[in-house]
Structures are given as C-alpha cells and as structure tokens.
Design a protein around this ligand. Structure first.
Ligand code: ATP
Ligand code: MG
Length: 467
C-alpha cells in the first residue's frame, strides 16, 4: 500500500488516501480496502505500475485502475484520477466523468462528508473541505451539499447512507434523513444488483436492526420489498406477541447471528402472516400455513433482488421450516426426519432462527428448544441415518434384489425402508435392509402402480409429514 503511494510520489504525482480507508484510519479502525486519489491520468498510472502489479482496468473509463499484488497475502488498491461527475440523466451512473486538477474538486463529488476526507501522502495532512472530521467525531452521516440533489444524482446513495449507519451505529443527520424519505422513490432507478449488494451489507452489519427501522420509517424498504407493507403496524392479536409484526421481525433480525441467509430469513419469516390471518371465537389471531406461503414469497422477493440461487433456496427453506415442533413430544424418529428434510448443513441455522423468533416475541429463551437441540446434536454427531442417501442400500441394490425396472416401486421401497430406519437406526445395515426389503416387497407391488409409458412419474416424496 505504501509502495503504491511512494511510486506515484516518486514519479512526480500527488497521492492521497481517500474513501473508506481514509474514513476508517481517522476513526481509529483498520481499513479493509484502499482507495487512492492522484492527479496522474489513467495512462500515467498504468505506466507507473504495469511492470509491478497485475492491473484491473474495467474501471478505466471512470478513471479507476485496480492493482493486485502477487504477494502471499494478496491485496488490492484502487487508484483513481481526480475527477468530477457531470450529469446523471438516469440517476444511476454519471454520463461521463471529467478529470479535474485538485483533490478538493474530487472530494466535492463524493456522497457523504465522512467519505469526502483525504489524507495527503506522505505527511498525512487531513484535507477536509466539508466538515467530515467533525461529523466523524459526532458520528453523523451527512450528505456533501444539498441532500435531495445528491440523492437525485444517484439513488444508490439512499442505501449507502443507511449502510454506513448500519455498519457503525452512527446517526443520520436530520436534513439527510428527511431527504431519504422525500427521495425514496428514486430507488427504482437503481439497478437491482446494486440495491442487492448494499442491502446485503445492511443486513449483515452490526446495527442491522436499527438500520431496518430507518428503512421502514423512511419508506425505503417497501420500495424494493413492497410485500413488507402489510406487516407494518400489523397487530397479530395473540397472547404470544406484544409488538406489532414489523417490530417483531426486526427484533428477530437483531437476535440471529450475522450471516446473510439467517438475517434474510429472520426478516422474511412472517412475511405471509397478514395474508393468512384469521380470528377465532376467543379473539385470538391464527396464521395457518404462513410458513409455506412465506417461503414462496421469500423466494420471489429474493429472486427479484437477484440473490444467488443458493441464498434463495436456503432462506426459503428456513422460512418454510421455522414452525417445526420441538420439546418432549417429538420422537427420535421425528427429529431424524426433521434433520433429513432440512439438511445437516442448515439445521443449526434453523434452531438459531427459532431461538431468535421466541426471544423476539417477548418470551424467555425456551429450555425445551435447547434440550431438543442437544438431541439433534446426538443425531448429527452419531451420524444417525436421516435421509435416503444415508441408507446402506440404494435404488440399484433394490432393483437387483427384486428384478424391478426403474420406476415408482423403487422410490416407494426406499421411502418405506427409510421410515423403518428412522424408527430404528440399527436396521441400517445392508444385510438387514435386504431382508426388510424382502418382507415389504409384496406390499410395495400391490400398492404402487407402474406408470404407463409416456406419463410423467409422480415426484412427491415423504416431505411435510411433520408440523
Ligand atoms: P467500503 O470500502 O467500506 O465499502 P467506501 O466508503 O470505501 O466504503 P466504496 O464503494 O469503496 O465505499 O467507495 C469509495 C469512495 O468513493 C467512497 O468513500 C465515496 O467517497 C465515493 N463513492 C462511492 N460510491 C459513491 C456514490 N454512489 N456517490 C458518491 N460517491 C461515492
Ligand atoms: Mg472502499
């Protein structure tokens, strides 16, 4: 990093540490990436570094050249020529950039005062034309210049303000905060990928819950998750929930560990409650099926926001299963079935979500949940069979032993064998399963009809038996 700054200086150019790195250094934190500003033009920057580093040039027309070191501990520095942005006809990207002569002009195009600071190399003099140091001390996110105009130029800044607040626990300055609400509509001009990236950072930040309250109050959240509107101020009318639904889910977010899928599942786990609401004679609210409908809605929301297939599937699964039954009434077989359905890789997250859900409902942590978790841990540590892939025989073995062709009978036999093994894990040996197969073969044959050629096979499996 020093090396990059020294090379620029040695070649007769100016060099400043800017952006998040400058902000973090002045705040006493360790920067996680480095932004450098210089008066050298992109070709001049290239000439300085082409032989030393691998250069990343996708940002070149905006004046940015990335540098990757070949060290054992790889690092990346972005060097950007002093620039100003001209017009934003679409509110997304500057139509063009203009290179400028001074660091002050460069700082004036930046979004927030704490991001419009620079440290001059090598004497580390602070360049602070917009009062960023004061705001850093007061822990305030404030736009450079007129907030409404700045958000008008690039709608993503609306979320960047909330993200800074989410990461640091800072407050958003009053005029900037009011402008968030007034300009919330601009978010629709921002590409979904950019919204997704900032939103993901908000969700996994330390102060995600506080930031979510701001996203709700300013009307920003419903710009990209309109489905959330019905949850705002929704009264659940049950003994178990003291707060309104939006506050309950935000509190749930605050109680789960800082992992993206868990945070998203916490936010979306009750998204279908308003739609499934019914009242009984005692005036108690019920929400039958809200977990399944909620899983579908969550998948749709996350697909629209362009989250990865993996994230979407895991969140939908957690939402779908979040009402699982626990406590003394659950049998060992029932627990194994739950682990099989949810997957060993997701079961811990599911319990985290449930624990948070309970605490956020105004309750105490439920000791039965922890006792049930101890039993799940035994299933996992003991490598007990929980799904068809754990069975000591597979479909080929079944076909060989019975002479059946591939088809629904094989699937049905696997299902029945798994059911037996869930009840009695010690049956899961090749020899014993083949004997078991011999015993159930007739029953499978008489109850399973071969599909007529050309018709699709049934794809239903043994899911959803529990809760
Ligand atoms: P972090 O590195 O923690 O994400 P950062 O502040 O460095 O935070 P970057 O996206 O790396 O964020 O941007 C570097 C700098 O570029 C910012 O500090 C800010 O000065 C400026 N900047 C980035 N995006 C915008 C934007 N949309 N509008 C105005 N200035 C921006
Ligand atoms: Mg940065």
């Amino acid at each position: 990093m020093r090396g990059v700054l020294d090379v620029l200086l040695g070649a007769g150019y100016q060099a400043f540490i800017v952006g998040g790195a400058c902000r973090d250094l002045l705040d006493g934190l360790k920067p996680h990436d480095w932004d450098v500003a210089t008066d050298a033009t992109p070709p001049q920057v290239e000439a300085c570094f082409a032989e030393r580093f691998r250069l990343l040039k996708q940002g070149e027309k905006h004046g940015t050249i990335g540098m990757l070191s070949h060290d054992a501990q790889p690092w990346c520095v972005e060097v950007t020529t002093f620039r100003s942005e001209t017009t934003y006809s679409d509110g997304r990207r500057p139509d063009s950039v203009q290179f400028v002569r001074t660091i002050e002009e460069d700082l004036s195009r930046r979004d927030f005062t704490v991001n419009a600071l620079a440290l001059r190399w090598p004497d580390m003099v602070v360049i602070d034309p917009f009062g960023g140091l004061g705001d850093l001390r007061r822990r305030l996110v404030r736009c450079v210049g007129d907030p409404q105009a700045r958000f008008g130029e690039d709608g993503l800044r609306l979320l960047r303000a909330v993200r800074l607040r989410a990461e640091r626990g800072w407050k958003i300055e009053k005029d900037t905060y009011n402008a968030l609400g007034l300009q919330a509509k601009l978010l629709k001009k921002v590409s979904r990928e950019r919204v997704r990236d900032e939103f993901a950072r908000v969700m996994t930040a330390k102060f995600a819950a506080a930031a979510l309250r701001d996203l709700v109050k300013t009307g920003l959240l419903v710009r990209f998750i309109p489905e959330f509107q019905e949850s705002i101020n929704f009264d659940q009318r049950t003994r178990h929930h003291r707060q309104k639904l939006d506050e309950h889910v935000i509190e749930t977010v605050s109680w789960v560990p800082e992992r993206l899928e868990l945070k998203l599942a916490a936010l979306l786990h009750d998204i279908a409650k308003p739609r499934t609401f019914t009242l009984d004679e005692d005036g108690q609210g019920h929400f039958y099926g809200h977990n399944k409908l909620g899983a579908a809605a969550s998948a749709e929301i996350l697909r629209r926001l362009r989250f990865s297939r993996e994230v979407i599937n895991r969140v939908a699964l957690l939402v779908k299963e979040h009402m699982f039954i626990y406590g003394p009434q659950v049998t060992d077989a029932g627990l194994r079935r739950l682990v099989g359905r949810v997957g060993r890789e997701n079961i811990a997250d599911l319990f985290e979500l449930r624990r948070a859900d309970i605490v956020a409902s105004g309750g105490m942590p439920d000791p039965w949940l922890d006792k049930t978790w101890d039993r799940v841990a035994e299933v996992i540590e003991g490598r007990q069979p929980t799904s068809e892939t754990d069975l000591a025989i597979d479909g080929n073995d079944i076909m060989q032993a019975t002479g059946w062709e591939p088809g629904p009978r094989v699937g049905r036999a696997l299902e029945m064998l798994l059911e037996r093994v869930l009840q009695q894990p010690e049956l899961n040996e090749r020899r014993r399963l083949l004997a078991e197969l011999e015993a159930i073969k007739g029953q499978v044959e008489s109850t399973t009809h071969e599909v007529i050629k050309g018709q699709p096979e049934s794809t239903t499996r043994s899911s959803d038996r529990e809760g």
